[in-house]
Write a protein that binds this ligand. Structure first.
Ligand code: UGA
Ligand code: MN
Length: 300
């Protein structure tokens, strides 16, 4: 009898232990009811970033596609950047059209040819193209209600732009300025700032310019562009290197300028110029079995 009881006990023992274990783990679990959630809080709405409009004149030469590729690789990383690419050509080229379609950022593709008489060394470049960009911008916004946030920047296709530069220019209220590297025959040019105001220019070239600054050294708020509808780049009376100054004179004063880049003590953009390529071994007639695209088809 005793042994029967013992064998029954031994038989049931593992099952008993299993039940105890199960009960124990169950009780250590979180209660089935979900914990009370904290009251739902509406995510604070951040105001949208003002868009940056980058106006880039471009023209056909062997390095064109390389320059545009470099530029697109930078611009693609900038939030809310709208690229206004203006071809110096009588019509839109296939190369630039295809490029714009695959650039991976918002683009507007315009074109206007530089009159032949202005295609001479020593004369200002890209006047007509920048004006076409300005006209597009004004037309696009003229029927919209102010205030219209936005910043305009003239971005030549051969310069080098840091991403930090776009963070700096984004907060432009009227006209902002900053240093430009590798320009004016010096390592850099910069606005000289005292007590947060521009009081002069560090430059090695024509220090008498009212705004001794390169095209890459300033940004303008969209509001300023819209409230000065006549401000454009001028051919007549404009001396070489004076385009920037002549344009800025129409929309602002030196006292009004907003210094960026840590009171104009940091270079965030470089006036790099691509070396003229050596095509000395290029055959006279097309020898290759395929056609490789490097720049827009020349129309002349
Ligand atoms: C300097 C300034 O940085 C330019 O902003 C200014 O337009 C120029 O001088 C000038 O003399 O007008 P630089 O490096 O000498 O620049 O000029 P480029 O880079 O050769 O040309 C400036 C922009 O105009 C470029 O985006 C270029 O693609 C475009 N461009 C140039 C044309 O659209 N057509 C041309 O025939 C030549
Ligand atoms: Mn250049």
């Amino acid at each position: 009898m005793k042994s029967l009881l013992l064998s029954r006990f031994l038989l049931l023992l593992p099952w008993g232990l299993i039940v105890i274990l199960l009960l124990d783990t169950d009780s250590s679990r979180a209660p089935l009811a979900p914990p009370a959630r904290p009251p739902q809080q509406a995510a604070p709405r951040r105001p949208a970033l003002p868009p940056i409009y980058a106006i880039t004149p471009t023209y056909s030469r062997p390095v064109q596609k390389a320059e545009l590729t470099r530029l697109a690789n930078t611009f693609r990383q900038v939030a809310r950047l709208h690229w206004v690419l203006v071809e110096d050509a009588a019509r839109r080229s296939e190369l630039v059209s295809r490029f714009v379609a695959r650039a991976g950022l918002p683009c507007t593709h315009l074109h206007v040819p530089t009159p032949r008489r202005y295609k001479r060394p020593g004369l200002p470049r890209a006047t007509e193209q920048r004006n076409a960009g300005l006209a597009w911008l004004r037309q696009r916004h003229q029927h919209l209600q102010p205030p219209q946030p936005g910043v305009l920047f003239f971005a030549d296709d051969d310069n080098t732009y840091s991403l930090e530069l776009f963070e700096e220019m984004r907060t432009t209220r009227k006209v902002s300025v900053w240093p430009v590297g590798l320009v004016g025959g010096r390592r850099y040019e910069r606005p000289v700032v005292e007590n947060g105001k521009v009081v002069g220019w560090y430059t090695g070239w024509r220090a008498d310019r009212p705004f001794a600054i390169d095209m890459a050294g300033f940004a303008v708020s969209l509001q300023v562009i819209l409230s000065n509808p006549k401000a454009v780049f001028k051919r007549r009376g404009s001396q070489p290197g004076m385009q920037e100054s002549d344009f800025l004179k129409q929309i602002t004063t030196v006292e009004e300028l907003e210094p960026k880049a840590n009171n104009c003590t940091k270079v965030l953009v470089w006036h790099t110029r691509t070396e003229k390529v050596n095509l000395g071994n290029e055959p006279k007639y097309h020898l290759d079995t395929v056609k490789i695209e490097l720049c827009a088809e020349s129309l002349t």
